[in-house]
Design a protein around this ligand. Structure first.
Ligand code: ADP
Ligand code: MG
Length: 249
């Protein structure tokens, strides 16, 4: 196997170089990404923003090994994704990445606890009971573990999905519009928990969102426009973020 020698303590959690992704061809060619260079630092909560169609989901899918770029490279946790075959990529995703989607994607016949532990089960790993307990307590799920998804509220289901994403201690957690199906109060709770996972558990979270309120929970904001990075803002204040989204800076 091809190991890239990178210092994983200081290397970015994920990076892209010259990333392009086009859909279709000829007259119907859609260039979703037109050459993205990006470094996402470890231990930060980064929001990816931009108008509908600007390439947010495509970028996230390429960074997470769910979609293959047309050209360019993606490196996550020190591994070049293009060097991995399908099986290696599946294993890599299972062991190194966590996912939180708008539709919570829990398995209905499993309890909350079983859903949370599923990634470990699939990887043939034992649960670290201490980590598991800390996780479910941090996420306020300790008294919901025996419930099935249908017996939980939307916010509780998304908290279970977050616990499932975090249980392996992944290099990066990717979240695509994680509050898209939640009311504003529950959204605030879920976003606060994602931030807590960064602050207190040292996780790296990359979240796609088109909501300013959601991005306000992030440390950094990558603004996309027409398939390219318009800005990578570090600790922006609200005025700076709004001005950048309006295209004023
Ligand atoms: N599977 C696909 N087939 C064809 N075009 C696509 C596909 N997925 C996305 N696109 C196009 O690529 C562009 C970027 O899409 P997307 O990454 O979903 O943007 P966003 O998430 O910012 O709304 C859009 O023009 C979209 O229509
Ligand atoms: Mg999208």
């Amino acid at each position: 196997m091809n190991h890239t020698m990178l210092d994983t303590r200081t290397a970015p959690a994920a990076s892209a170089r010259g990333l392009t992704r086009s859909y279709g061809r000829g007259d119907t060619l859609v260039p979703a990404l037109r050459g993205v260079d990006l470094d996402l630092p470890r231990g930060r909560f980064t929001a990816i923003m931009g108008p509908s169609g600007s390439g947010k989901s495509t970028l996230m899918h390429c960074l997470a090994g769910l979609d293959q770029p047309t050209s360019g490279t993606v490196t996550v946790a020190g591994r070049s994704l293009e060097s991995l075959d399908d099986d290696q990529l599946t294993t890599f995703r299972r062991e190194q990445l966590g996912f939180v989607f708008q539709a919570f994607n829990l398995l209905p016949m499993l309890t909350a606890e079983q859903n949370i532990l599923l990634p470990l089960e699939l990887a043939g790993r034992r649960a670290d009971r201490e980590r598991f307990t800390r996780l479910v307590e941090t996420l306020g799920l300790a008294d919901r573990l025996r419930h099935r998804p249908s017996e939980l509220s939307g916010g509780q289901q998304q908290r279970v999905a977050i616990a499932r994403a975090l249980v392996t201690g992944p290099a990066v957690v990717f979240a695509d519009e994680p509050t898209g199906n939640l009311d504003s109060e529950t959204s605030a709770e879920v976003l606060g928990l994602l931030r807590t996972s960064v602050r207190e558990l040292g996780q790296t979270v990359v979240m796609v969102t088109h909501e300013l309120d959601a991005a306000a929970y992030a440390d950094d904001v990558v603004v996309l426009a027409d398939g390219a990075v318009r800005a990578h803002l570090v600790d922006p204040d609200a005025d700076q973020l709004v001005a950048t989204l309006r295209g004023e800076r």
